[in-house]
Design a protein around this ligand. Structure first.
Ligand code: ADP
Ligand code: MG
Ligand code: MG
Length: 211
């Protein structure tokens, strides 16, 4: 099986829905170790993308949709997460090229490019208690699933599960990047909001692919 433009469009709609649904949860996480706006930032960004999906040209490729998400997030989200997720979608868009259909290898390339883009922009390393702690295990699990011959939907499911575990694993960490790094040991015991939103976005990708 492969995933086409409709999958990307459905994914973006699912992102908007799941972020809206978890808005308060993300705000609460960010209130604990940041400035309390992560849910609002993400909701503003994805809500702004949805109406633009209707303006996509016939024959739009997966890359076109990913690029639309990127430019919209960059211009509407603000904060640390806007440019980071914006860069992720922009690099993902470049990675899939003009392919109309994405197989499992293309899905891995998409996820890896997104993660690499966030690292390039934010310079976070594994264990810094950021969204990277969800993205990197997701990319690794996706690559492993692809190497084992799994299809694109299963690759995404593996990525989503690994991102969820990665987000949970940020709880005992001290933050070394972003606002939470100002808190020192007081960040211990709190989950990183950007890692949690990453897990939500990747679970949405997997759920839509499985339908
Ligand atoms: P802000 O901190 O500007 O209010 P948000 O609250 O929207 O922005 O996003 C905070 C999230 O951004 C954090 O939970 C973390 O996951 C992520 N983040 C912050 N700085 C970095 C960085 N340098 N690299 C990767 N992720 C980061
Ligand atoms: Mg914040
Ligand atoms: Mg802020």
């Amino acid at each position: 099986m492969t995933l086409g433009t409709q999958w990307v469009i459905d994914w973006v709609r699912a992102c908007a829905a799941v972020i809206a649904e978890h808005r308060v949860e993300l705000i609460t996480l960010d209130r604990d170790i940041g400035d309390g706006d992560h849910g609002e930032n993400m909701d503003r960004g994805f809500s702004a993308v949805v109406p633009k999906l209707d303006e996509l040209a016939d024959g739009a490729t997966p890359a076109d949709v990913l690029k639309l998400v990127a430019t919209t997030l960059i211009s509407t989200v603000g904060g640390a997460s806007g440019p980071l997720f914006g860069t992720a979608f922009l690099k993902a868009s470049v990675a899939v090229g003009s392919e109309p259909e994405l197989d499992s290898a293309a899905v891995v390339a998409l996820l890896r490019a997104a993660r690499d883009g966030i690292v390039l922009r934010g310079k976070a390393e594994t264990g810094d208690k950021t969204m990277i702690d969800a993205w990197t295990p997701a990319v690794d699990a996706a690559a492993e699933a692809e190497a084992a011959g799994q299809d694109a939907a299963s690759v995404l499911a593996a990525a989503a599960s690994a991102a969820e575990k990665g987000a949970e694993a940020t709880e005992p960490l001290v933050a070394r990047k972003g606002r939470a790094s100002y808190l020192g040991e007081r960040a211990i015991g709190h989950r990183d909001p950007g890692a949690q939103s990453t897990a939500l976005l990747l679970r949405a990708a997997a759920s839509v692919a499985a339908d």
